[in-house]
Every structure is written in structure tokens, then in C-alpha cells.
Design a protein around this ligand. Structure first.
Ligand code: PMP
Length: 389
């Protein structure tokens, strides 16, 4: 039977740059000890009190269909969190709860784009972005954010491609680069969105992982609340990746239509997951800070190690759980370097090329293992690069 083009073309074909990752996973499955610095997942599990709240909710009977837009209490809590961070008046009518940020990204593009529309995104990018855009029938078009510009996208580069586009997807703090978009960058982006009448889809799932400077949500910029769909998630802020709870915050009309999409796709998020998320959000900033702390510590360790060598360059990691290292001094591509590092030292990192062309010649290191093992792996990586330079 013939499958739809939409599903068979979802990943766009060609090499996806994930060979190193699959190779590392295969080595691990065969019992070879590999230091895994590939995937963006905490090395802690969801905190016990959150699980107890989940358990109590389920035992209390919240196991039936939950309200599709999300429970009233959780929508209120998300609205309050977003309003506190952005200063933009936000109520539950602006909030749709989704099964994770990924489902929110998909739904947001559904809301913004019709079949065949062009949807812009910034390269380097989180791996699912082009597939998400293709999944709604739109055409992904990358705008490069260059290493030479600290991976901050330039408004004029976006404007050049914006004329025929319907939406722009950005992500700050950024996966894979760890860069936080500055006010100038965001104001430039906002101006293009207003001038070219674009929806801005702002993926802010790392908004609790800020190491330097401040996170600014573009929804707070003049004229942007009416054209911005903010993507949020419990995954990174509360180490709840497996619980699948996220949200879209946007204009009331968009949310009203998105509720219909949820009714016809996911039918909402389990009530006990939403209650656990509400419990977690009600713990306030201290819990988010505690969950972010290991990455902050490892970032400090990394900066010390990187300062003591000159074989690899780095982009200042201002946020998120990743380091983007420049290995062009070795004369190798990110992919060749990552493969050689895996073969020689059994350390697995992601080639920059896995995240688009703009991060070629770089590797992404996830700061997701215990501090001393992390520091020693990074020292080994730098020493290895020095032997190649
Ligand atoms: N956006 C970015 C930038 C991510 O890195 C991730 C997960 N790694 C997601 C969205 C999706 O996260 P989730 O679906 O777990 O909320």
C-alpha cells in the first residue's frame, strides 16, 4: 500500500548526521563502556514529591479523560508563571496544555501554517524542527545563525527569506548552541515578524536554565503578544521529560482553535500528570533552581577547562544544558571529530552537523553526567583535539 508523501518525506531524506549517536548506542548495547554526552536529558529522575503528587492524584480518581485544554488549575498556574516572567497579562484563556513541548511545536505550526506555506526556522536547530514543519504540510526553510555572530540570528537574514513565509520558529535559550538571544536580536526578529506579518513561534523550554544574562520572551515586546505562540514544557525545568506535559501560550483566538486540534489529535494530557505538574509549578523557583544547578556547576567546570587550552573554541554557554565546541582547528568536520573521539576514547558527543549546516565544524556536548566524569571527559576531548591540531 502506498503511504502518504507527508509521512514518508517527514525526515526529508539524506543523511541526518545522527550516525555517531547510533554508533554509540550500538557500542553501549554490546557492553562497551561509552561516556555519553549526546542527549539532553537530566542525570536525575523526577523528584519523589512530584511522583507522590502524581500517585495521590491517580488514587484520588483523576484517571479518566481530563479537560482537553488542560485542567483549570494548571492553566492558571502556567498563565501566572508566564505573566510573572513576561509582564504580559495572561489568563487561562491564553493557555493550552499539551503532551510535552514537542506536541506544542506541532500544534503551533498547525495554527500558523496552511498546506504548502513556508515556515522559517533558525539553523543550528533542535533536531525535530524540520520534521515538525513538514508534518503539518508546510515547507521548512532554514535561516543560518552564524558561528561568527555567536550563533545569534540576524534580522536582515530572516527578512530576506520572510517575504513568502507564514511563521518563524526560534529557540532561546538555544539547543544546541547554549546561546541566549539578546534584546537586540529579539527586537530585530520582532520587527521582521511585524513588518512581514509572521507568526513567531518561540520555543522557551529552557527558560529555567539561564547562566548569564537574562531570558527575554519576545511575547513581551511591543505588538508581539498577538502574533507569538510561546512553547513551554515541564521536561527541562522540572526533570519531567517522561511525563509529557507542556503548553502553548498565545492569543485567545488561536488557543480556542488549538483546543479543537487537541480534541481531534491528543485528547489532552492525563489528569494525574497535570496534577503532578501543578504541584511542581507550585514549588516555585527554588525547585527549578535546584534542578538546573548541576548544569550550572558543570558549565563552570567546563569554562575553567576550556580556558586552560587552545585546541577547541567555544561559544559562551549562557543557558541550557549544552556546550557548543568549535573543533575546526583540528581540520576535521564535527562528524569526523565525533567519530574519532568515539573510536579513540569512547566518548560520544553530537556532531554540529546533526543540527544543521551552520554548526558544521562544531560538536555539541551535553552536560548531563556526574561532575567529575564530565570534567574528565571534557579534558580528554580537549587533549585529543590538541593532538590533531
Ligand atoms: N524544544 C527543544 C529546543 C528541545 O530541546 C526539546 C527536547 N529536547 C523540546 C522542544 C521538546 O521537549 P518536550 O517535548 O520534552 O517538552
Amino acid at each position: 500500500m502506498q503511504l502518504s508523501q507527508r509521512i514518508t518525506q517527514l525526515n526529508g531524506g539524506g543523511s541526518d548526521g545522527w550516525d555517531v549517536f547510533y554508533k554509540a548506542r550500538k557500542m553501549i548495547a554490546e557492553g562497551v563502556p561509552v561516556t555519553e554526552l549526546t542527549i539532553g536529558e537530566h542525570d536525575i529522575r523526577t523528584a519523589a514529591p512530584i511522583l507522590q503528587a502524581m500517585h495521590a492524584s491517580a488514587l484520588g480518581g483523576h484517571t479518566g479523560y481530563a479537560m482537553v485544554p488542560g485542567t483549570t488549575d494548571l492553566r492558571d498556574a502556567v498563565a501566572a508563571r508566564v505573566q510573572a516572567r513576561t509582564g504580559v497579562p495572561t489568563t487561562r484563556a491564553n493557555v493550552l496544555i499539551t503532551p510535552g513541548g514537542q506536541a506544542a511545536l506541532f500544534a503551533a505550526h498547525h495554527a500558523a501554517c496552511d498546506e504548502g506555506d513556508t515556515a522559517l526556522f533558525i539553523d543550528p536547530y533542535y533536531a525535530t524542527y524540520p520534521g515538525t514543519i513538514r508534518g503539518v504540510g508546510a515547507r521548512p526553510l532554514a535561516v543560518a545563525a552564524h558561528a561568527g555572530n555567536g550563533f545569534q540570528p540576524r534580522a536582515r537574514d530572516i527578512a530576506e527569506k520572510a517575504e513568502a513565509a507564514k511563521s518563524l520558529l526560534i529557540n532561546s535559550p538555544n539547543n544546541p548552541t547554549g546561546v541566549i538571544y539578546g534584546r537586540d536580536t529579539l527586537e530585530g526578529i520582532a520587527a521582521v515578524c511585524r513588518d512581514q506579518d509572521l507568526w513567531l513561534i518561540s520555543d522557551e523550554v529552557y527558560d529555567s536554565q539561564i547562566w548569564r544574562g537574562a531570558h527575554l520572551s519576545p511575547r513581551a515586546l511591543p505588538g508581539m503578544a498577538e502574533r507569538t505562540l510561546v512553547i513551554g514544557s515541564m521536561s527541562k525545568s522540572h526533570a519531567m521529560t517522561g511525563s509529557r506535559c507542556g503548553w502553548i501560550v498565545g492569543p485567545e483566538e488561536a488557543i480556542r482553535h488549538l483546543v479543537n486540534l487537541s480534541t481531534n489529535t491528543t485528547y489532552g494530557v492525563p489528569g494525574y500528570i497535570q496534577d503532578a505538574s501543578l504541584f511542581a509549578l507550585n514549588q516555585g523557583a527554588p525547585m527549578e533552581t535546584e534542578i538546573a544547578a548541576p548544569f550550572q556547576r558543570r558549565r563552570a567546570l567546563a569554562l575553567k577547562i576550556l580556558a586552560g587550552q587552545n585546541a577547541v573554541g567555544h561559544v559562551p554557554p549562557d543557558g541550557a544544558m549544552y556546550l557548543m565546541l568549535d573543533v575546526r582547528g583540528t581540520g576535521m568536520s564535527g562528524e569526523d571529530f565525533a567519530l574519532a573521539l568515539l573510536e579513540t576514547h569512547r566518548i560520544a558527543v553530537m556532531p554540529g552537523e546533526s543540527f544543521g549546516q551552520a554548526a558544521a565544524g562544531h560538536v555539541r556536548v551535553a552536560m548531563t553526567i556526574e561532575d567529575s566524569a564530565f570534567a574528565s571527559a571534557l579534558e580528554t576531548l580537549c587533549a585529543f583535539a590538541a593532538t590533531l591540531s
